[in-house]
Design a protein around this ligand. Structure first.
Ligand code: ADP
Ligand code: MG
Length: 605
């Protein structure tokens, strides 16, 4: 019988241990897929080392360079070679430790893996040590560890990722994509670790930054914007030594993906199916099927009650008492969801109007009126009473006293039907055919007053209300001098002023249509208008400018309680007036919401 045809005889290679470099490259396949994985491992190491400031510089999306500098505890020089050896870690010494892992790393593989697929440099100086040490490692070959000066903490540079494994390198995406993934990792870790500051630069430009002192809400604001950050509802709950804290967002922030569902377990970001289910259950009935809610939640629990060693990237975990944890989480979150204000903010509607071009951003050319700049307290009913006492007497007895009386204006206006509602003593709401309308009573009245005054002026003169006793307004000599040459034209627009001594102006009369004429404010507006109109103000221009300003001051103010009759009269007058769509400064006087807007706000379409 011929001898058996053995494998060895066919030229098969014998079983042998793989070289260390190849082993590490194979291990790297599991944890180092792209620059973002390098960033994740290095930042986690810095956090494990107790860093409170972490600085990252990236080039070309991290492919060319990932440099990290931390102010953590550092590595003693004699341990530096070990840091790059595989399965070498300072975080785990016995099998028993695996049952209560409190650090982010523990497998002792990251640096060895990274060093097998990139060119690395490390400098580290232990806290309190006089000197540090530096080393280079390329192709898994460790250079000489040399004493070196530098700040306390650790600096690691990883260059030319996958330079020796071209197949991997080919799988990398564009710079923008790789950078996006790096930033995503840093932002998650930054949200997981309030108390730690992060700075990231890309190709020399700052790409992300949070200061150590910023809390979770501030970090969400920095990362995702103020609208979300301001709407977050806090969650705080405990079950024994398991603590849940963080924020959930109202359902209107839901999205098609889970990228803004962030769970942190003892400072470690997790992506875990169980936790997505927790959120789904907590929001059941509050969010449309298929939409993913937004939440930033931290779980703190005894490391012994959870197994984080089920996944090489450690993104999944296994809770030892899953049902209890699940029940606790759903219960606490549901309570928070139920406490939320679920109303869609009108802001959303406004954005839609702006997109439709129905609201243009402010065109105001004049500075915001004083009542806007320094909002005065809304007067109570009692504040109103003394104002009713007449300080002025009318020169001409004809005009009705209420400036918004229905008989005012050129033509007899049609009646305004339907209920009106005054909100905040500033806005009038009413239903219109295709939705509803909000009128800014001040802006509208200001516009109407102005139009009337211009009309009167064109027809010969503005009706004046004379003061029984002139009101004296101190303005200083220069300002008084400034007004003096204009006294005559001012009188034409109903502002009867006189110089009184060197620095005082006596207010003898104001336009009768002014509702709350405050002599001192009027005089100061006049001065401002004259100053503004420059060296050669045309008399008409100047008067118009002053009318604008003073009409604004003297109109129905935000804060005036209007009777139903007054509201109707105001709206009716606006009907016949083409320019009443905007106030004298170009701000809208009314905002209209259509039924379509409402349907959208209520998710009916
Ligand atoms: P692991 O984090 O799983 O322990 P690594 O390969 O990531 O494994 O790191 C190996 C060891 O190097 C760590 O256990 C730690 O002692 C040390 N080390 C790595 N990075 C730092 C750092 N930034 N500061 C201090 N020590 C570090
Ligand atoms: Mg590590």
């Amino acid at each position: 019988m011929p001898p058996l045809d053995t494998q060895a005889q066919r030229g098969r290679p014998a079983i042998a241990q793989l070289p260390e470099l190849v082993k590490n490259q194979i291990a790297a396949g599991e944890v180092i897929e792209r620059p973002a994985s390098v960033v994740k491992e290095l930042v986690e190491n810095a956090l494990d080392a107790g860093a409170s400031r972490i600085h990252l510089d990236l080039e070309e999306g991290g492919v060319q360079l990932v440099r990290i500098v931390d102010d953590g505890g550092g590595i003693p020089p004699e341990e530096i070679p070990l840091a790059f050896a595989s399965h070498a870690t300072s975080k785990l010494s016995q099998v028993a430790d695996l049952d209560h892992i409190a650090t982010l790393g523990f497998r002792g593989e990251a640096l060895a893996s990274i060093a097998s697929v990139a060119r690395c440099r490390l400098f580290s100086r232990q806290r309190g040590a006089l000197l540090g040490a530096a080393v280079e490692i390329e192709g898994g070959a460790l250079g000489e560890v040399r004493e070196s000066g530098g700040p306390e903490g650790t600096r690691i540079e990883v260059r030319d990722l996958f330079y020796n494994t071209p197949a991997r390198r080919r799988f990398l995406k564009t710079t923008a994509t790789e950078l996006g993934r790096c930033l995503d990792i840093v932002q998650r870790l930054a949200l997981a670790q309030p108390g730690v500051g992060f700075v990231v630069t890309h190709d020399g430009r700052r790409a992300f930054e949070v200061e150590p002192s910023m809390d979770l809400r501030a970090r969400v604001r920095r990362t995702f914007g103020a609208e979300l950050a301001d709407a977050l509802v806090p969650v705080e709950a405990a079950d024994g030594d398991t603590r849940l804290s963080g924020f959930v967002a109202p359902p209107r922030f839901s999205r098609n993906d889970t990228t803004r569902q962030m769970w942190f377990l003892n400072g470690r970001p997790l992506r875990d199916r169980i936790l997505s289910r927790v959120l789904k259950d907590a929001y059941r009935g509050f969010v449309v099927d298929g939409r993913q809610t937004v939440a930033f939640l931290s779980l703190a629990m005894d490391p012994a009650r959870v197994d984080v060693n089920v996944h090489p990237a450690k993104a999944e975990v296994r809770f030892r008492d899953e049902r209890r944890v699940f029940g606790f989480l759903v219960g606490s979150l549901r309570a928070a969801v139920q406490s939320m204000d679920l109303a869609t903010p009108g802001e959303r509607l406004i954005e839609r109007l702006e997109q439709r071009g129905e609201l243009t951003p402010r065109q105001a050319t004049l500075p915001a009126p004083a009542w806007e700049r320094e909002p005065r307290p809304v007067p109570s009913f009692r504040d109103e009473a003394p104002r009713a006492l007449p300080v002025f007497v009318r020169e001409a007895p004809a005009a009705p006293s209420a400036p918004v009386a229905p008989t005012e204006g050129a033509q007899k206006p049609e009646e305004i039907r339907g209920p009106l509602l005054q909100v905040g003593r500033t806005y009038i709401l009413r239903a219109v055919d295709d939705g509803f309308e909000i009128v800014d009573q001040h802006a509208l009245h200001e516009r109407l007053t102005l139009e009337l005054l211009k009309d009167e002026l064109a027809r010969g003169g503005i009706e004046v209300q004379r003061r029984l006793v002139p009101e004296l307004v101190e303005v200083g000599g220069a300002a008084a001098q400034l007004i003096e040459p204009h006294l005559e034209s001012l009188a034409r627009i109903g502002l009867v002023l006189a110089r009184f001594g060197t620095g005082t102006i006596a207010v003898q009369g104001v336009p009768a249509r002014f509702r709350h004429p405050d002599p001192s404010t009027l005089v100061h507006e006049v001065i401002a208008a004259i100053e503004r109109s420059g060296s050669t103000p045309g008399a008409e221009e100047l008067l118009e400018e002053i009318l604008h300003r003073t009409a604004c001051r003297s109109s129905v103010m935000a804060g005036d309680e209007l009777s139903e009759i007054e509201m109707r009269a105001l709206l009716a007058r606006a009907r016949g007036n083409d320019s009443s769509q905007t106030c004298a400064h170009g701000r809208p006087t009314r905002v209209r919401f259509t039924l379509a807007d409402l349907e959208r706000a209520f998710y009916r379409r």
